[in-house]
Design a protein around this ligand. Structure first.
Ligand SMILES: Nc1ncnc2c1ncn2[C@@H]1O[C@H](COP(=O)(O)OP(=O)(O)O)[C@@H](O)[C@H]1O
Ligand SMILES: [Mg+2]
Length: 614
């Protein structure tokens, strides 16, 4: 129930719209009841030539005993019963149609607006999540929730809310009609209601669970789809189209069965209710027949009554259907609320200070780190390191040593699990996140580019960058030449993840981006390791420009690129094995010397030498 309350809270902003639609739907219900009432006079008066020429009684307001006549709504000149009834029917249907239309629109307005707000909240929450979140929730899963789960909620909120209001008011008005005609009959017909409603409530819980399963299956299907589309090259090169096709079929099949299970559960309600309706109606008709025979009821009243009863069962039936769809929405909302409620693991403290500028040093103090999922303990083990402002510090070591992890701790993608990292003496966790990240540029192995123009990608996140500054950054990053060769220059769309660019071009865009951001701290994580020799030379030159006058933490695969570093830190299985300058380490007989010699024999001491890099 709390989930329902939370969903409804989102419609609170639109209370006025909702109230108006409630009023309109109440009119629809009243109009519905009136049409049923107008059937009485047709039988008693219009079709009965022998009837006395008296005013047409519509209903009596209880308690006051005030009688409402159709005649009072008509001009005084109109006396013909048929004219009055016909005009009444037309008027009632017109009013009902208008109210239904406006009410429907309004309630959908509320539903769609509320769900749009909710979706925005979920997105905002997700976009602020830390790295742990994205590691434990797949893209496809999150996408499926933000789209499919919210779609289900939206259907419930708008469609169903409209129907809920319309049907409840109709049911209430019709109930009044039957009570008015013969309360004993009416009460008789109500005694069966609990029997109808009980099983539907029971069913609701199951529907909720089925929906949860169906949404999970939809997410899995989405996963296959997303992976196949973004990995289409791998799929093709391994000839795995059939494997993917089968995987897709398998997931689609699972989705189909859980959806069918939902249909089976949900479709039970309607025939069940109709069955009870049939029993009630037969019973009541038996009773009514004697009433008519005894002269206590007219044919018209009787017809009105029967039609009211028949029409009354429709809203009851619909209401149980609505109940089911609500259950579906509640099932779908679980995951959505899970995302909304997830506590951030890397979060800003309330009184966090702003880091105005970076002047002195970044210091790792006895830093321990492990990933929540990492099985074998510490990924960083008691690491101490000082990176002074203006220094170039290189992190080297075998693959998996923890270099990337160490670099990722500086912008607080993760928090240390022991010790502390200080910047100018202040613990990172006491700083405003935006002010910290503002001081850091990262150029990594894989640069994410958006499916947008070259210019927009260079200026990403920098709203105030002028075109001139973008061009200058591109020039300094040695990217201008290839940009201008593209069909629309800076306005060229570069495709998903920059697919229309070569690796070297992507890296130079990333460098241009970093140049434009102009942050004092620069992290280079294997920025050139994916590149061919020629691009590497260009990218290296662009990097030299970028590194000038900055504090740099550089992780490089090729030791040739770190020779000039002020300090080289050799990491081995999460520990610092050696620290020093190149000349000190290269003959020390430690890990650095081994790595260095290994590279010297195997490949690329001189990246510009074509013989070294075939
Ligand atoms: N997101 C992650 N979750 C769990 N373990 C990780 C994650 N990223 C890296 N690791 C593990 O942490 C260790 C260090 O990884 P990493 O810092 O990427 O090494 P390097 O950059 O030196 O090659 C490796 O054993 C790796 O398997
Ligand atoms: Mg790495």
């Amino acid at each position: 129930m709390s989930e329902l309350a939370r969903l409804l809270r989102y419609s609170r902003k639109y209370t006025a719209h909702l109230l108006l639609s409630v009023i309109l739907m109440a009119c629809v219900g009243a109009a519905q009841a009136l049409t049923v009432i107008l059937i009485g006079p047709i039988f008693d008066r219009v079709l009965n030539p022998a009837s006395a020429d008296a005013p047409v009684l519509l209903f009596t307001i209880p308690v006051w005993k005030h009688q409402v006549f159709l005649d009072s709504f008509m001009p005084a000149s109109v006396h013909n019963v048929w004219t009055m009834v016909a005009a009444g029917i037309l008027a009632v249907f017109t009013i009902k149609g208008l109210c239904d239309y406006a009410g429907n629109y309004l309630v959908n307005y509320v539903g769609l607006s509320a769900v749009t707000d909710l979706r925005q909240d979920v997105f905002d929450r997700v976009v602020h999540q830390d790295a742990h979140f994205f590691e434990s929730n797949s893209t496809a899963r999150v996408m499926s929730s933000i789209m499919n789960d919210l779609e289900k909620i939206q259907v419930a909120m708008s469609h169903i809310l409209a129907d809920l209001l319309r049907q409840s008011f109709t049911a209430a008005a019709l109930l009044l009609v039957v009570l008015q005609t013969d309360w004993k009959l009416a009460l008789g017909s109500l005694t069966l209601l609990p029997f109808v409603l009980l099983p539907t409530v029971r069913l609701g819980r199951r529907i909720r669970r089925t929906t949860r399963n169906a949404q999970d299956n939809a997410a899995e299907l989405n996963q296959v789809l997303q992976e196949t589309l973004s990995g289409h090259q791998v799929v093709k090169s391994f000839g795995a189209e059939d494997i993917e096709s089968n995987r897709f079929r398998d997931r689609a099949e699972r989705l189909r069965s859980s959806n069918l299970r939902y249909v089976a559960q949900q479709a039970v309600a309607s025939p069940l209710i109709e069955f009870f309706a049939a029993i009630t109606i037969v019973g009541l008709l038996t009773y009514a027949r004697t009433q008519i025979k005894g002269g206590q009821m007219s044919t018209g009243e009787f017809t009105s009554f029967v039609i009211a009863l028949l029409v009354l069962y429709e809203p009851v039936k619909r209401l149980t259907g609505i109940h089911n769809i609500f259950q579906q929405a509640l099932g779908a909302s679980q995951k959505v609320f899970e995302y909304l409620d997830r506590e951030l693991q890397v979060k800003e403290e309330p009184g966090a200070a702003r880091l105005a500028r970076f002047e002195k040093a970044i210091v790792f103090e006895n830093v321990n780190f492990r990933y929540p999922t990492s099985p074998e303990g510490l990924v960083l083990d008691h690491v101490d390191l000082e990176v002074k402002a203006g220094e170039v510090v290189a992190l080297v070591g075998p693959s998996g040593a923890g270099k990337t992890t160490m670099a990722n701790l500086v912008p607080r993608f993760y928090d240390v699990t022991g010790g502390a990292i200080r910047i100018d003496g202040k613990d990172l966790r006491e700083l405003k996140m935006a002010s910290l990240r503002d001081k850091i540029s990262i150029v990594a192995q894989d640069t994410f580019l958006f499916n947008d123009t070259v210019g927009a990608n260079i200026g990403y996140g920098l709203r105030h960058a002028l075109p001139e500054q973008v061009y200058q950054a591109a020039r300094d990053a040695l990217a201008e030449e290839f940009i201008l060769r593209m069909p629309e220059g800076y306005g060229t769309i570069i495709g998903e993840r920059g697919i229309k660019l070569s690796g070297g071009q992507r890296q130079r865009l990333a460098i241009a981006r970093a140049l434009l951001k102009n942050a004092p701290i620069l992290i280079l994580d294997e920025a050139t390791s994916h590149l061919d020799t020629e691009s590497e030379v260009l990218v290296q030159r662009a990097l030299q420009t970028l590194m000038a006058n900055r504090t740099v933490i550089v992780i490089a695969h090729r030791l040739s690129t770190v020779r000039r570093a002020d300090k080289i830190v050799v990491l081995d299985r999460g520990r610092i094995a050696e620290t020093g300058r190149h000349d000190e380490l290269v003959n020390r007989g430690g890990l650095y010397q081994r790595l260095y010699e290994l590279q010297f024999v195997t490949s690329d001491m001189n990246p510009a030498d074509p013989l070294m890099n075939p």
